[in-house]
Design a binder for this molecule. Structure first.
Ligand code: NCD
Length: 363
């Protein structure tokens, strides 16, 4: 049973296949109007969302399928203390595929290990957001025609911005990409993402706090919202939230064919006047997200039909156990029965990472 929790659950060939299906859906929507007739998507959204949830729902309807689900944790048995594992088992009796958003990092992985149906991660805490990445990749493909050989600037909250983490991970499988990370010191990219950037194959990595200085070099500028909901100190949020505001004046220094992306929702980081600039592609990104979700739902349902196996059990072999994850947002802090496991990432420095949320630990 194939689930997509992390963008790396899809091979480069599978991403290419999804890009091709999405392009075909755009060209021939009628061909896909009935392909999921009789199938049900369950949207389990334990955290607020407008775009992602409605995009999944619109995607399923356009494939001819049906949707059940909820959009807030307060209306579910989670508020009575039900575990993510049990919720996944229960929903498997009603639906054919799950899209899950959860504030706890690693929750969709737990669901995928317990559901007998495919699970798609629709965002887990500040961790991963693979279907936004699929939307980003289709937009880059359609606007720039390629992934390799680009200078890509990420600006804003690179610490908690899960869409940034997933897109970097995806782009690291291509080559000759210059990453330019633009953020205040407090919101720098986490080490576990930075470490993934290859030291060879033409990758470069620069960190700066100065957007204007790097603007002329960029082919893509990926703006992000400062993620208020992940801050424990509200004063720190208020101090950082307006660190970067893209306006038409700043855009004058950019290449004429640079594209501006943003996963949305936008708060202040892009002024509304920028929307009229042909380089603003964030609303196209929303549209592309629906096509990629259609392609993904269709692929996972077709594969599940072929492979009607029960949920894959996690083998504990090769992992470290007997330690606790230090991340307060990790699913292991609330899921009582969950066995905590760590994968060794650097034996020479005795570094391992939680398999659910990727938080580093010294063993
Ligand atoms: C993003 C998310 O949920 O992480 N939005 C989205 O998927 N459209 C970005 C954000 O909330 O800032």
């Amino acid at each position: 049973m194939k689930s997509v929790v992390d963008i790396l659950d899809l091979s480069v060939a599978e991403v290419d296949e999804l890009l091709a299906t999405a392009a075909d859906i755009i060209e021939n929507p009628a061909k896909y109007a009935e392909v999921c007739r009789g199938k049900k998507l369950a949207t389990l959204f334990f955290e607020p969302s407008t775009r992602t949830r409605l995009s999944f729902e619109a995607a399923m309807y356009e494939l001819g399928g049906n949707v059940i689900g909820f959009s807030s944790a307060s209306s579910t048995s989670a508020s009575k203390g039900e575990s993510v594992a049990d919720t996944a088992k229960v929903i498997s009796c009603y639906a054919d595929i799950i899209a899950m958003r959860h504030p706890k990092e690693g929750a969709p992985l737990v669901a995928s290990l317990n559901a007998g149906i495919p699970v798609i991660n629709a965002g887990d805490g500040g961790h991963h957001h693979p279907t936004q990445t699929l939307a980003d990749l289709l937009t880059i493909k359609r606007e720039k025609g390629k992934f390799s050989g680009l200078t890509v600037g990420f600006c804003g909250d690179l610490k908690f911005g899960r869409t940034v983490h997933s897109l970097i991970t995806a782009l690291c499988r291509y080559e000759n990409i210059n990453f330019v990370m633009i953020s205040p010191d407090e919101l720098k990219l986490p080490g576990y993402v930075k470490n993934e950037i290859p030291k060879d194959r033409g990758f470069t990595y620069t960190e700066t706090a100065d957007l204007e200085a790097v603007m002329p070099t960029l082919d893509i500028l990926y703006m992000t919202r400062v993620q208020q909901e992940r801050f424990t100190d509200i004063d720190e949020y208020l101090r950082l939230r307006d660190a970067y505001i893209l306006n038409t004046e700043k855009l004058k220094a950019a290449k004429p064919d640079m594209i501006v992306l943003h996963p949305l929702p936008r708060v202040n980081e892009i002024s509304v006047a920028v929307d009229d600039d042909p380089r603003a592609c964030y609303f196209k990104q929303v549209q592309n997200g629906k096509y990629m979700r259609m392609a993904l739902i269709l692929k996972l349902l077709r594969e599940a039909e072929k492979d009607n196996a029960p949920a894959k059990k996690l083998s504990e072999e090769g992992y470290l156990s007997g330690m606790k994850c230090d991340n307060p947002r990790c699913i292991t802090t609330t899921e009582q029965e969950l066995k905590q496991l760590f994968r060794v990432v650097s034996p020479e420095n005795r570094i391992c990472r939680c398999i659910y949320c990727d938080t580093k630990k010294i063993y």
